[in-house]
Design a binder for this molecule. Structure first.
Ligand code: PMP
Length: 406
């Protein structure tokens, strides 16, 4: 070190502080848990990872190869912020076929549906604005709203999803900008909002004036029961619902492909926010997905994946009575990836404190506390039932039973 270096260091003024929102919004507790549980011997029910052996690797590889062989100059070039027309057209046709008439121009392609949440927060929220969410709620949505400086309030609900009467009262009291909901196979509970309640939520949004963000990454993964229409299809909600979609759970999350369907002015505002965020979603991924949709049968693939997920849910339902203490309860999802359990109120169970015991027994879950908005319920936990085979699920639950009894 030279004398000049030492002098410079002594004289260096401190750099300015980070923005307050950094301190106000913590990192994801799930990502922290994933780091602790990365040891291969741990049976990990904590992550929300789709089963990688079920990815259509050959189909996706062929789509990329085809795009790079025939359309490389376009695929490797900058592209429009709104997204590749071929992909938007295919997405619009899929959305229309599911009961919501949609044109390619109604859609903005996003870098995963997670980006759609950030764009909406940027376009809609001032610091101090109120956002209503389900409690418990998807964690990274809480982060996105937290970064925007929003005041987040939980709407109570039950096994059928949020309670529309409670929603009505909270909207009257707090005048929120938006309601964020995952109405089908919710993360973390696995529950689905009934059709009657969807109609009632749409009616509240229409009557009181409220944006609805309807996040639907799991809806296609149904292995039981019948499809429930999107909230966006109901009368009162049509001009004020943003529907989010994603290929993460039905194709592969590494593609980072999602989309949002929003009324024109809001979609334009999100597109401007996206220009500032990443200009556009990778062209090559968009074209490969469009190619895949043109030549493969995504619905047939998803049906196969959903059937296997159903077998894995059954394996988890079969093992839970032996694993969790007497008096525990759990959800019975008809699709998606997650199941939500509550340990008995009596007995002083705290799933956060118990996690280290579970990891000692080489099994992991996510404690329910951080998903709650307002009062955290320490007896709850989230289990992902799709990443392991039925045999591994059975073994993991035996370990969990031993950990909870120890
Ligand atoms: N919404 C919900 C409810 C999720 O569970 C997830 C991923 N776990 C996302 C959005 C984000 O998904 P992606 O960005 O991969 O589309």
């Amino acid at each position: 070190m030279t004398t000049t270096d030492a002098t410079d260091r002594q004289l260096a003024a401190p750099v300015p502080p980070f923005a307050a929102r950094v301190a106000a919004t913590g990192g994801s507790p799930i990502r922290d848990i994933l780091a602790v549980t990365a040891r291969p011997e741990v049976i990990n029910f904590a992550g929300g990872l789709p089963a990688p052996e079920l990815f259509d690797t050959d189909g996706i590889a062929a789509a990329f190869a085809d795009v790079l062989a025939h359309d490389a100059r376009r695929a490797l070039q900058y592209a429009t912020t709104e997204g590749e027309p071929a992909l938007r057209e295919a997405l619009a046709a899929r959305t229309t076929a599911r009961g919501l008439p949609t044109d390619a121009d109604d859609l903005l392609v996003t870098t995963g549906s997670q980006q759609a949440l950030s764009l909406l927060a940027t376009a809609l929220l001032e610091p101090g604005d109120t956002v209503l969410v389900e409690s418990p709620c998807y964690l990274a949505a809480l982060q996105a709203f937290g970064f925007a400086g929003a005041r987040v309030i939980g709407v109570p609900g039950d096994d059928d999803g949020i309670d529309p009467a409670a929603l009505d009262a909270l909207v009257a009291e707090h005048r929120p900008k938006l309601l964020y909901t995952v109405p089908t196979f919710q993360n973390p509970t696995g529950r689905t909002l009934s059709a009657d309640r969807r109609a009632a939520v749409a009616e509240v949004a229409g009557r009181r004036g409220l944006w609805i963000v309807e996040d639907d990454p799991y809806g296609e993964l149904r292995f039981e029961g019948g499809r429930v229409p999107w909230i966006a299809t109901y009368e009162g909600a049509r001009d004020r619902t943003v529907l989010l979609g994603s290929f993460s759970k039905v194709m592969a999350p590494g593609l980072r492909l999602g989309w949002l369907r929003a009324p024109r002015e809001l979609r334009r505002a999100c597109a401007v926010a996206k220009q500032a965020a990443d200009l556009h979603t990778p062209t090559v991924n968009q074209l490969a997905a469009a190619r895949y949709l043109a030549v493969r049968d995504l619905d047939a693939h998803v049906a196969k994946v959903a059937a296997e997920y159903g077998r894995r849910r059954d394996a988890m339902l079969a093992g839970l009575p032996g694993a969790l203490p007497e008096g525990s309860t759990w959800s019975r999802p008809e699709g998606g990836m997650f199941l939500w359990a509550s340990l008995p109120d009596t007995g002083g169970y705290d799933s956060t404190a118990l996690l280290s015991k579970a990891v000692e027994h080489e099994v992991a879950y996510v404690p329910g506390a951080p998903f709650h908005v307002g009062d955290p319920d320490p007896t709850t936990l989230r289990l992902c039932f799709v990443t392991q085979t039925p045999q591994e699920i059975a073994e993991g639950l035996k370990r969990l039973g031993r950990a909870l009894r120890s």
